[in-house]
Design a protein around this ligand. Structure first.
Ligand SMILES: NC(=O)C1=CN([C@@H]2O[C@H](COP(=O)(O)OP(=O)(O)OC[C@H]3O[C@@H](n4cnc5c(N)ncnc54)[C@H](O)[C@@H]3O)[C@@H](O)[C@H]2O)C=CC1
Ligand SMILES: O=C([O-])CC(=O)C(=O)O
Length: 247
């Protein structure tokens, strides 16, 4: 009997390998995202990659007492960084400054994301790939085209990360309604830019908000990113809330 229980508990506690690679790990999002992934017990291998600084972030994060193995990589070692990845998260690229739209980032970020997509397709063709880099509405199609050209495109494994809109919707609704945001589930569909962000308030418990309150709430969810860009005053855009959304 005892041996049966021991066998059962042994087999149920055996963790299968789960490697997550963060490309852009030394950035404003990459660093807190790496920390949150280190705290996730499902992640067994954390691979941190950036143009520079990733080994330092990896050394720092690796002291957090969870069992995952953390390694940092510079561009010379991108193959090793990506090989065997189950999930690749990409927050590499420049953030907005006040007065810019996300589309203004296209010229810089499109080629960064394209090149990282090529490497991902070459070295981890079966990974789930999550794109944070803006403009998400455009960077995701770029990755799709790269994967198609390499014969590795699987629409079920390519994601634009728009979860921050869901977090914001939950929090902003709770502020108006005086509720706990944990209990506010708001579905947000569409893209990740201004009016392409569509929160489905009609599917929440707050269907009967007066028009002015509802319109103000929708506008705040759609332009929450601008709120942070303005407050950071030239120092970038959302990083901490984005890390939470990505993790
Ligand atoms: N999807 C979303 O909801 C959100 C997206 N973002 C976007 O995330 C991106 C990153 O934002 P931050 O972390 O604040 O920027 P950041 O400038 O602090 O960090 C970007 C990092 O990317 C690295 N990088 C640049 N080119 C690279 C390359 N070719 N290979 C590997 N690493 C490279 C940089 O060295 C840097 O460490 C921006 O495009 C921003 O607009 C930001 C917030 C929310
Ligand atoms: O607004 C930005 O540039 C960053 C972003 O995507 C967001 O915070 O939603």
């Amino acid at each position: 009997m005892l041996s049966k229980i021991a066998t059962r508990s042994f087999s149920s506690s055996a963790a299968s390998a789960y490697k997550v690679a963060v490309l852009g790990a030394n950035g404003g999002i990459g660093q807190p995202l790496s920390l949150l992934l280190k705290l996730n017990h499902k992640v067994t291998d954390l691979s941190l990659y950036d143009l520079k600084g990733a080994p330092g972030v990896a050394a720092d994060v690796s002291h957090v007492p969870t069992n995952s193995v953390v390694k940092g990589y510079n561009p010379d070692n991108i193959k090793e960084a990506l090989s065997g990845s189950d999930v690749i998260v990409i927050p590499a690229g420049v953030p907005r400054k006040p007065g810019m739209t996300r589309d203004d980032l296209f010229n810089t970020n499109a080629s960064i994301v394209r090149d990282l997509a090529k490497a991902s397709a070459d070295y981890a063709p079966n990974a789930n790939v999550l794109i944070i880099s803006n403009p998400v509405n455009s960077t995701v199609p770029i990755v799709a085209e790269v994967f198609k050209s390499k014969g590795t495109y699987n629409p079920k494994k390519l994601f634009g990360v728009t979860t921050l809109d869901v977090l914001r919707a939950s929090r902003f609704v709770s502020e108006i309604a005086g509720t706990n945001p944990v209990n506010e589930k708001v579905t947000v569909v569409g893209g990740h830019s201004g009016v392409t962000i569509v929160p489905l308030l009609s599917q929440t418990n707050h269907k009967s908000l007066d028009t002015e309150t509802r319109d103000g709430l929708i506008n705040r969810i759609q332009f929450g990113g601008d709120e942070v860009v303005k407050a950071k005053d030239g120092a970038g855009s959302a990083t901490l809330s984005m890390a939470q959304a990505g993790a």
